[in-house]
Design a protein around this ligand. Structure first.
Ligand code: NAP
Length: 334
């Protein structure tokens, strides 16, 4: 890639990234996607790669498993000759035009526009056994909707940690399979919206351990219980559970963008204009979960990916008039 100036570099490989790629490729912008390198926390394809059944993506009346959906999106981008590199972008220099980017593998490239679609990853408590059992399939998960239906969780007492909308949603969802669901929350009031909190609190299968934090996950091959500490009295106690689900928020994958584009206080990319994906830096666009802490759905991510590609295309068309990039197409492909 060295020496070549790219029209559009797309960073990421979830629904936002692949949708942006399809639109940019069909507009003959010859997009280049950095889909990310596999790591312990992330694999190319993003969060849907961890999801078994996706029942709410339009066009799949019988549902589709997350990996199949993502491989299909990737293949669709490839069909229009999108170039794909399995590496992370670790640096974006916004002070130069075209932008200068660097990958973890050592590529340096120049890009007239950049679409950031790096998503967000689930937060964990950071306990030793939590990580070990999550990795070994030992009954610890950060996605109830992905894993809750597994046979190992049927008729068990399942714990959900958190007090936000995700915790309420996941706890309510888990009642379909569990004997009982215990929400463990560190305070005495939920952060969740009243309607979702009410639904959970009124569910006879759900009980709440208020003012409690998990200090240890118990179990050798599979979770068998939790050690809890009362945040008011400091007292410790153990409860038996057959599964642990974390719902303590997500962290957007924007560490490499600090000081590059404006982020909110939790690290999500700000897109100041409503219904736009333009960031604080002209020519850099953001799509998907990395700029959306609210909806966090595959279909909304895909929608913003489409928006980002169209905005990049329009930005480039103006840039052609202004001077940069005489090799750009002038007529978008319908
Ligand atoms: P959130 O609102 O940030 O809630 C995270 C929860 O986890 C909080 O209750 C927080 O406790 C707790 N927490 C954080 N770190 C913790 C730690 N280390 N130990 C123990 N507890 C910890 O995240 P979210 O529930 O994922 O929701 C994110 C956004 O998505 C929100 O805007 C939400 O409305 C939206 N959402 C909407 C829906 C829906 O409408 N269907 C569903 C899911 C999410 P504190 O309260 O004490 O801070």
């Amino acid at each position: 890639m060295d020496g070549q100036i790219e029209n559009v570099v797309i960073v990421g490989s979830g629904p936002a990234a692949w949708t942006a790629a399809v639109y940019a490729a069909r507009a003959r912008l010859d997009p280049l996607v950095y889909e990310g390198a596999p790591s312990r926390e992330m694999i190319p394809g993003g969060q849907l790669m961890f999801t078994t059944e996706v029942e709410n993506y339009p066009g799949f009346p019988e549902g589709v498993d997350g990996q199949t959906l993502m491989m299909g999106m990737r293949a669709q981008a490839e069909r229009f000759d999108t170039r794909i590199i399995t590496d992370d972008i670790v640096e974006v220099d916004p002070t130069e035009r075209p932008f200068r980017l660097r990958s973890a593998g050592g590529d340096t490239l120049r890009a007239r526009t950049v679409i950031i679609a790096t998503g967000a990853r689930a937060n964990w408590l950071g306990l030793h056994n939590e990580e070990r059992l999550a990795q070994s399939g030992g009954g610890v998960s950060a996605c109830a909707v992905c894993d809750g239906a597994l046979p190992a969780f049927r008729d068990q007492v399942l714990a959900v940690v958190g007090g936000g909308d995700s915790a309420m949603e996941e706890a309510t969802y888990l009642t379909k399979f569990a004997r009982q669901v215990v929400i463990i929350h560190r305070r005495d009031a939920f952060r969740a919206s009243p309607i979702m909190a009410e639904r959970a609190l009124n569910d006879p299968k759900i009980r709440v351990e208020w003012n409690s934090v998990v200090t240890e996950v118990l179990g050798d091959d599979f979770v068998t219980g939790l050690r809890l500490r009362d945040t008011v009295t400091g007292e410790e106690r153990e409860i038996e559970v057959g599964g642990l689900f974390l719902a303590i928020g997500h962290t957007p994958n924007t560490a490499f963008l600090k000081g590059v584009v404006e982020l909110d206080e939790t690290g999500y990319i700000l897109t100041p204009e409503p219904w736009r994906t333009a960031t604080s830096v002209e020519g850099i666009f953001a799509a998907g979960d990395v700029m959306d802490s609210y909806y966090r759905q595959a279909v909304t991510a895909a929608g913003t990916g489409c928006m980002a590609a169209l905005e990049a295309e329009r930005y480039l068309a103006h840039a052609v008039e202004a001077d940069v990039g005489s090799d750009l197409p002038t007529e978008p492909v319908a």
